[in-house]
Design a protein around this ligand. Structure first.
Ligand code: F3S
Length: 412
């Protein structure tokens, strides 16, 4: 790889041991992936901020780095932790477990990481610009930054993201290059589906697309309009069921004004038609059983202020069923604004609980003995059976909130 004088100085130890080690890791990664050079990044986002992911090994690594004087070189934010720092006792989190997460928080703080504890850093203090290079992990955030904003980041692994933060650089390959951002597979919505595309089809379509493309780049034709929350839901599902890090939605996302632009001038060689039958089939797969539900989990990825307002409107004057929990995941910034706007009061008056800075998939929930979780999130639907250990039912946001109120999930 071609290194600049500054990069060579860092590699020679001129920036201290944490930077030297971090750059060494990035150079090895770049060599393995055919990068010719490094590229400077505007920000980093770290996934091993959660104790569930970092574990004791992560604490040991962070401790050593802090002792060696490590500091992040660019704006760096943290993914959800394994506890709600304010409410962990309410979630029956063991004291020792919470203490380990607090320890990680202290160590990240000493390295200069902004404690956003969110998978939607772009709703807080890490808002990329179009065309900027980033060093991000967290699959749902990576796919949003690439696809919706048009920033450029590969899907970094835990600790590689920290190496990026410590050096302010990543190896330039894959999604950092124009040729790495061209579409591979065209998904064409049939006219009937396109004309009547319901909100909960976004995560369902994302789930389907991820299963088909794995880590290739899908191009979706036939969606007429989409909100940021719908694009967020689509991307998170595709990044979970596959490992999509960039998608193009023709006429909606910034690098796909036309099909030609999305494919970088190439002719699509693979076309997949999608109709209502395919959407119905994937929703069955995501979980479609009816009946009593122990817990309803919404806000995955973390709820925006618009979503919080909608939850409050749906819960106004209602009461969550005594046998069911309604847990709403969001970040501390959105929580503060939602509180100011009266949404939190309405939500809590209805008996729902906010889960701030964490989520069902990150917290230890064995103590609850849940059997069935309902969600409107494709990502939760994908991970819940293994991470929470319950059966999962996928339904629309309205159906999820209805299930929390009646204690039963009914078909959408
Ligand atoms: Fe975020 Fe947890 Fe979902 S990290 S994307 S709320 S699984």
């Amino acid at each position: 790889m071609q290194l600049t004088n500054e990069e060579q100085r860092i590699l020679d130890g001129g920036g201290g041991e944490p930077q030297r080690l971090a750059l060494q890791v990035l150079v090895k990664l770049g060599e393995a992936c055919g990068a010719e050079r490094m590229v400077e990044i505007a920000s980093a986002h770290l996934v091993a901020s959660s104790y569930q992911i970092a574990g004791e090994a992560g604490i040991a690594i962070y401790t050593q780095l802090v002792e060696q004087g490590a500091r992040v070189m660019v704006r760096t934010t943290s993914d959800p932790g394994s506890i709600d720092f304010a409410r962990w006792r309410e979630f029956k989190t063991p004291e020792e477990y919470a203490a380990r997460q607090v320890k990680i928080a202290e160590l990240l703080d000493r390295m200069g990481v902004i404690p956003t504890w969110t998978c939607t850093p772009y709703t807080t203090f890490n808002v990329p610009h179009f065309g900027e290079h980033l060093g991000w992990s967290e699959s749902s955030a990576v796919v949003f930054a690439n696809s919706v904003i048009g920033a450029r980041t590969n899907r970094l692994a835990a600790y590689v993201d920290l190496c990026a933060a410590l050096t302010g650089r990543v190896p330039c390959f894959g999604l950092h290059l124009d040729e790495g951002r061209r579409g591979d597979v065209l998904f064409e919505l049939e006219a009937e589906l396109s004309a009547d595309f319901a909100e909960h089809y976004f995560p369902a379509l994302g789930y389907l697309v991820g299963q088909v493309v794995k880590d290739r780049i899908p191009v979706i034709l036939g969606i007429r309009r989409a909100t940021l929350d719908q694009l967020k839901a689509f991307g998170a599902a595709s990044a979970a069921s596959g490992s999509v890090a960039l998608y193009h939605m023709v006429g909606i996302t910034p690098e796909a004004r036309t099909v030609e632009e999305a494919f970088g001038g190439r002719i699509p060689t693979e076309r997949t038609p999608v109709g209502r039958r395919e959407i119905d089939a994937v929703m069955e797969q995501m979980g479609a059983s009816e009946g009593p539900v122990d817990v309803v989990g919404i806000g995955c990825p973390h709820a925006s202020i618009d979503q919080m307002g909608r939850y409050a409107a749906l819960l106004e004057g209602k009461r969550v069923h005594p046998n069911t929990r309604l847990w709403i995941c969001t970040n501390v910034v959105v929580e503060a604004m939602a509180r100011k706007m009266g949404y939190v009061e309405t939500i809590e008056r209805a008996g729902a609980t906010l889960m701030v800075g964490t989520c069902h998939n990150d917290c230890p929930l064995e103590a609850w003995g849940f059997r069935r979780l309902a969600t409107d999130s494709g990502k939760f639907a994908y991970y819940t059976p293994t991470t929470v250990g319950t059966e999962c039912v996928f339904a629309s946001t309205e159906a999820c909130i209805r299930a929390a109120i009646t204690g039963r999930v009914e078909r959408r």
